[in-house]
Structures are given as C-alpha cells and as structure tokens.
Write a new protein. Structure first.
Length: 108
C-alpha cells in the first residue's frame, strides 16, 4: 500500500466519522506488555530526574518502575513506547502545550 493510498484511506475514515459512522474510527490499540524504563532512559542518556522532568513523571515513579516495585499501566506504557521510538515528538508536543499555556496567562 502506497503512502497516497494510506492517506486516502485515512481521509475516507474521517469523512465516514464526520457523517456519523463512529465505528469507522474505532481501532484496536495494542498496549505493550512490558516496558524497560531504565533501558529507555539510558538510551536517551538521561538521569532519572532529567527523564522525570522532561516527560512530566514524578521521579519517585520512575524509580519505582526501574526497581520493579511498580509497573507502568496502560496509557503510561503507550507513552513510554512512544518516548522510546520518538522522544522528539513527545518533547515537541509538550513544548507546544507549554507555549499555549504561557500565552493563555498573558495579560490581554
């Protein structure tokens, strides 16, 4: 399937959704079973504190995950997988959100 075919398919799904067929947009989300937080953090060459600050996770949570006292749950596992594969995308979204928040607090 070419890139154009995928784009057309995605657009057709959006049109179907807008027309009221919400089933068209339903996809199965595959949640990773295990996430090695320490390996992800080490790959990014960050301390636990740097990782926690960069991605908005309490440092105690990062420690607990790495020491396997706790394990990331559903959405956290998905986010950690995205961080593993494309940390710059997550950073860009968080930076954009921070900018929007800053703008909303400016006196008008």
């Amino acid at each position: 399937m070419s890139k154009n075919d995928r784009i057309i398919g995605n657009l057709e799904e959006v049109v179907s959704y807008v027309e009221g067929n919400d089933k068209a947009m339903r996809k199965t989300v595959i949640v990773p079973k295990r996430i090695d937080v320490k390996r992800i953090r080490a790959k990014l060459d960050m301390s636990q504190q740097e990782f926690a600050l960069r991605f908005g996770v309490p440092v105690s949570t990062v420690r607990n995950w790495e020491q396997e006292r706790r394990h990331p749950e559903g959405t956290a596992r998905i986010l950690l997988k995205v961080i593993e594969k494309n940390p710059k995308a997550v950073e860009a979204v968080l930076h954009e959100e921070a900018e929007l928040n800053r703008m909303s607090f400016m006196p008008g």
